[in-house]
Design a protein around this ligand. Structure first.
Ligand SMILES: [Zn+2]
Length: 445
């Protein structure tokens, strides 16, 4: 008897609904124990337990905490990965933040893991894989948020990682070498206004960026009695920030440039002229050329501030994330599935360009990749008013959209996967990515 694709999709939806309690429980459990990037040991353990219970062969400790499990199809023509992120952000005032670390899941990454665990149940509780011509990789990836730059640079110095971002590290370690297509979804804030009826988007473009660590070195002296004998590193930093602000009129709207430094150390004692001032900074933009051009201006500004005061300035520029350009073919598949699941009037194919960034851009520069946006949250992301209000959508909707898209790609001899892979033009090969983007900071030394 010929199996129809729609039958498989129906089976997948039913299987996910049946596992509702387990999916809610892992999503909630991760929400309640938020961990920062490259420290997601408890979160990784929760994913590992599902892999063990479901009999999925897996690799672990990829990039310290990452995992990759594989579910085999009837033949291994293509390998489609579904990606979820293990880490949280810091929002100490969030009511559900960790009282010690201040970590909170106010970027919704717990929904991503709930989503990929839903995919596991759909594919392992049923015989769906017997009709699919490819494997499915379940990837739980650390450190999407590009934060704690000092801590992660220390991990790099110790040789534990090479990149600040987890997907970058996965690329470097070869975890994507056998992957042909990558699918992901990220929760978004769909429940803010009564008038807002959009619950999901099949994809959108977003900014990339270069990260910077900056140190101004001056000379200490008594702030009251002998400021003339010191060199004020904080003044050097503020002059540099003023110079950066003067560049803002040169940034073109179409490039969506964002530059947002923070001072992480402003001095040591109020009656001592600051001699060690440190900052972290991002330079974001919608395309690589614009990011590089803005980074040159910003880097000149740091040094100009130091020159003005006779201070010393050390700028360490780091490969941030590449701009995201959604794959058109995958976007169409995701759009059709979201329409079917949520209703045409509540779904858009292409959401607005966002000025945030994700290391999904790095994956998308090498293999065909999509990041859909699925609602269920309210309030502002990365802030204390973020709330997860519709778990049916954020957990189960995510699992269903990903599973149905896998079925589309790998059913019927994996025809759809084949055409997407054939039409794809990478920005970089893996080798060129590691060589060029991996060493992008060298251009600004
Ligand atoms: Zn996020």
């Amino acid at each position: 008897m010929k199996i129809e694709k729609e039958e498989l999709k129906k089976k997948a939806i039913e299987a996910i609904d049946k596992r509702r309690d387990e999916i809610f429980s892992i999503g909630d459990s991760i929400y309640n124990e938020p961990e920062l990037g490259y420290k997601e040991f408890k979160t990784a353990e929760k994913v590992k337990q599902v892999f063990e219970a479901m009999g999925i062969p897996y690799e672990e400790k990829i990039g310290i905490t990452g995992l990759k499990g594989v579910i085999k199809g009837k033949q291994a023509k293509y390998n489609v990965a579904v990606m979820g992120e293990l880490d949280s952000v810091i929002s100490p005032k969030h009511p559900d933040s960790d009282p010690i670390t201040g970590a909170a899941h106010c970027c919704g990454h717990n929904c991503m893991i709930a989503g990929i665990i839903g995919v596991v149940y759909a594919l392992k509780d049923t015989d769906i894989m017997e009709s699919l011509s490819g494997n499915v990789s379940i990837m739980a990836i650390p450190a999407e948020e590009f934060v704690e730059i000092g801590y992660r640079n220390e991990l790099i110095r110790k040789g534990e990682i090479s990149f600040l971002g987890g997907k970058q590290e996965f690329i470097k370690l070869g975890a994507f070498d056998d992957v042909d297509i990558a699918l992901m979804q990220h929760t978004f804030s769909s429940e803010n206004e009564e008038t807002n009826t959009i619950k999901a988007a099949a994809g959108n473009s977003s900014n990339g960026f270069i990260g910077q660590e900056i140190q101004f070195i001056g000379k200490e002296s008594h702030a009251g009695d002998a400021p003339h004998a010191g060199v004020n590193a904080l003044n050097a930093a503020t002059i540099a920030i003023t110079a950066i602000n003067a560049h803002r009129e040169t940034f073109r709207e179409k490039d969506y440039i964002r530059v947002h430094p923070i001072i992480t150390r402003g001095g040591d004692l109020v009656n001592v002229i600051p001699a060690d001032v440190r900052l972290e900074n991002y330079i974001r933009g919608s395309n690589i050329e614009a990011i590089l051009s803005a980074t040159k201006k910003v880097t000149r500004s740091w040094h100009a501030g130091a020159d003005a005061m006779g201070a010393k300035c050390i700028v360490n520029s780091l490969p941030g994330y590449l701009p995201v350009v959604p794959n058109k073919g995958l976007q169409e598949i995701m759009y059709q599935n979201l329409k079917q699941l949520i209703g045409e009037e509540k779904v858009i194919k292409n959401a607005e360009h966002t000025c945030g960034s994700s290391d999904v851009g790095d994956v998308a520069s090498i293999i065909p990749t999509i990041q859909a946006r699925i609602g269920g949250a309210a309030g502002n992301f990365h802030s204390d008013d973020y709330r997860l209000v519709d778990k049916e959508l954020a957990y189960l909707g995510a699992a269903k959209a990903l599973t149905l898209s896998i079925i589309d790609l790998l059913f019927d001899d994996a025809k759809e996967a084949e055409s997407i892979v054939k039409d794809f033009e990478p920005v970089y090969t893996k080798e060129a990515y590691l060589e060029n983007w991996g060493n992008i900071g060298d251009k600004f030394r």
